[in-house]
Write a protein that binds this ligand. Structure first.
Ligand SMILES: [Zn+2]
Length: 113
């Protein structure tokens, strides 16, 4: 059952009418509480949050503020995290809320699933 739903999502995602951020640069998220920045890029096509809990202070909301190009991020030495689609094994190990997100095409930050 889960395998079938996961496979259906995979089969449809390339043609899904959603934004495809791959190759479109590095997204900058800024925390509204501590000002910490995180940099992300799309490795897979899928849905990413506009706002997430700040990874640094774990208190504020980290909001998408701008998008810069890969060259700029590299020249400044920013560490860029990848948005990826969890494998089926990672998906199975996830909680129910995260599974729902993934079945709707949602991505997770690499190393956090
Ligand atoms: Zn913060």
């Amino acid at each position: 059952m889960l395998q079938r739903r996961y496979n259906m999502m995979i089969a449809g995602i390339e043609d899904a009418p959603i934004y495809d951020g791959r190759g479109k640069g590095v997204d900058v998220y800024v925390c509204d509480y501590c000002g910490a920045r995180i940099y992300t890029r799309y490795k897979d096509k899928g849905v990413t949050p506009f706002v997430m809990r700040c990874r640094k202070c774990e208190h504020g909301s980290s909001m998408h503020q701008s998008t810069i190009d890969e060259e700029t991020a590299a020249s400044k030495g920013f560490e860029v995290l990848n948005w990826i689609r969890p494998t089926f094994e990672q998906f199975c190990a996830a909680g129910e809320a995260l599974r729902g997100h993934v079945l709707e095409g949602g991505l997770v930050l690499e190393g956090e699933s």
